[in-house]
Design a protein around this ligand. Structure first.
Ligand SMILES: Cc1cc2nc3c(=O)[nH]c(=O)nc-3n(C[C@H](O)[C@H](O)[C@H](O)COP(=O)(O)O)c2cc1C
Length: 167
């Protein structure tokens, strides 16, 4: 597997907890990068990425992504591969469950990025989600509020999948 960055906010709560679990499953081989400090130069050091994003504001990305998103919207992402996980709350926000993951995936694909790590929607109960593609999410939804006990096992399964799917 190529050099891989895990990109998330170091100031987030559940997203950061999940990042530590993902890192552990990868045997500590990921480079942790703070989305609040990343520059496009640093971003281009990597070809493989794991991105962690919670959904806030009824279906939006948290505002600490605001600085980097415009840069991504202009970036050439051909040759880069992305796996996404999203923290969300399917009971509290059933109409926007993990929307931010879908918003991000769409943007990355538009710029030429490849998305891997799709997960079947079985076992989740919600009304709508921008992260849904048919019967699959475009990444791993993590619901610490309602399915805390599923978090660790689903991360472990997902990481095994990523090890097969990343180049
Ligand atoms: C004000 C507010 C708005 C939220 N909006 C959504 C939402 O639209 N969709 C969703 O799935 N979760 C939503 N959530 C739930 C968070 O995404 C969830 O608690 C997540 O685990 C937070 O991760 P963090 O601790 O890394 O920020 C919202 C939470 C808050 C407090």
């Amino acid at each position: 597997m190529k050099r891989t960055a895990i990109l998330y906010s170091f100031n987030s709560q559940k997203t950061a907890r999940a990042a530590k679990m993902v890192q552990e499953e990868f045997g500590g081989n990921l480079e942790e990068v703070n989305v609040e400090e990343i520059t496009l130069n640093k971003f281009h050091d990597y070809e493989n990425f794991i991105l962690g994003v919670p959904t806030w504001f009824d279906g939006e990305l948290p505002n600490y992504w605001d600085e980097f998103i415009p840069e991504l919207e202009e970036a050439d992402l051909k040759g880069k591969t992305f796996a996404l996980y999203g923290a969300g709350d399917q009971k509290g926000y059933p109409e926007n469950f993990v929307d931010a993951m879908g918003i991000l995936a769409e943007l990355l694909e538009k710029r030429g990025g490849k998305i891997i790590g799709f997960v079947p929607n079985e076992g989740y109960e919600f009304e709508s989600s921008k992260a849904l593609r048919g019967n699959y999410f475009c990444g791993l939804p993590l619901d610490f509020e309602n399915q805390a006990r599923m978090v660790k096992p689903s991360i472990n399964r997902w990481v095994e999948q990523l090890k097969r799917e990343f180049d």
